[in-house]
Design a protein around this ligand. Sequence first.
Ligand code: F0G
Length: 459
Amino acid sequence: VKYIPEPFRIKMVEPIKMLTHKEREEKIKKANYNLFNLAGEDVYIDLLTDSGTNAMSDQMWAGIMRGDEAYAGSSSYYKLVEAGKDIFNYGFIQPVHQGRAAEKVLFGTVLSEGKVAISNMFFDTTRAHVELCGARAIDCVVEKAKDPAKRAPFKGNMDVEKMEKIILEHGPENVGLVVITVTNNSAGGQPVSVQNVREVAAVCKKYNIPLDLDAARYAENAYFIKLREEEFKDASIKEIIRTMFSCADMFTMSSKKDCVVSMGGLIGIKDAESPLILPIKARCISFEGFTTCGGLSGRDLEALALGLYEGLDENYLRYRIGQMEYLAARLDDAGIAYQSPVGGHGVFIDAKAMFPQLPYFEFPGQVLAIELYKEAGIRTCDIGSYMLGNDPDTKKQLHADFEFTRLAIPRRVYTQAHFDVMADALIAIKERAHEIKHGYKITWEPPILRHFQAALVPI
Ligand code: F0G
């Protein structure tokens, strides 16, 4: 697989330092073996997330200078709302400071104690916001997503038959919301097809359940649709997005991903007359900021308005997905298993396959993340049982469907040589993987979203 040349050139650089192996061992120990506790400057290649870690363009930086800081009615706000309405064809667009703020503001209007919400897969903060409303979150992804070796075009899809069964089991009146996460982050950045969204929407309509798109990676998802769904092979990215969004009632979005900005989020409601708009505005004002800023500064609104369009550029998307394919091809050559075919925002290494000797409760995904830091200063994260946490009712450790270590790739930040460092580090770890006899145990954890803060020790 050839590395697709960058469709941009570099105008500004940020030096990064490299510690020795011994220094990194000390740093990770001091961080209680939790990569979120590391200082960013102690990391050589930071793949903890693709969220807010992107490189903005010269146009976006120029927009930062132009941002209008009016408390009410900023021109940057109007520009952003126009961009949102144009791309998604929705009647109401509300900026918020990031994705989880969109969840907090919107979910409280549709979920409450005793309700359930169903998703192809909930991202961790999204699950947390469902639970904070007193509701329960149920994942319902297609079975083939659970087998990293099985290649299929749309492994992010909802299992529609199973979803309908869950609706009937709980009673349609108790299902407050259906959420489709595009791309499906927790399943490996796997895309969802338009056909799947249409089928889910039909079931939601039948039972009168609102359908929300968790749309952080809507552009990468649309690019996969163009490549893999026959009906859309000649459609533009914007046409695909409009078609997909027309099936849902609302969207919540972390704009820190596909909009290539550092901060921002959106709520969209299709129907400009929806009764949800008034409570959304009220909750936005109390939790986020006035409706025309949503907790963002004018300059952030301005950059986001531009980023919404930049993220749709096909040359950029081809290069972006090409980076994932380049790394995946090097892993194929080395026999390293990952969620395949590779997803849109990163490579999710199958840590269960790398360390078959380690049980889920010793957190193989976290083991590989720690090894990658020690080996080459690469920071990644666990997407497995360590992240999933405990059952909110029984408090017992949950057994995740996968044990992934996620290499999330920031947009327009790292070059081909960095990708070779990633591949070489993984190959070196694979060669000594059988020598690792034990994983980690948790010595302290908070009750919710524990993986960000927990302390661990080697067993
Ligand atoms: N939904 C999805 C699918 C996400 O991936 C994220 C964040 C959020 C919602 C929450 O958005 O961070 O802006 O508040 N994902 C990041 C990640 C943090 O690393 O995958 P946020």
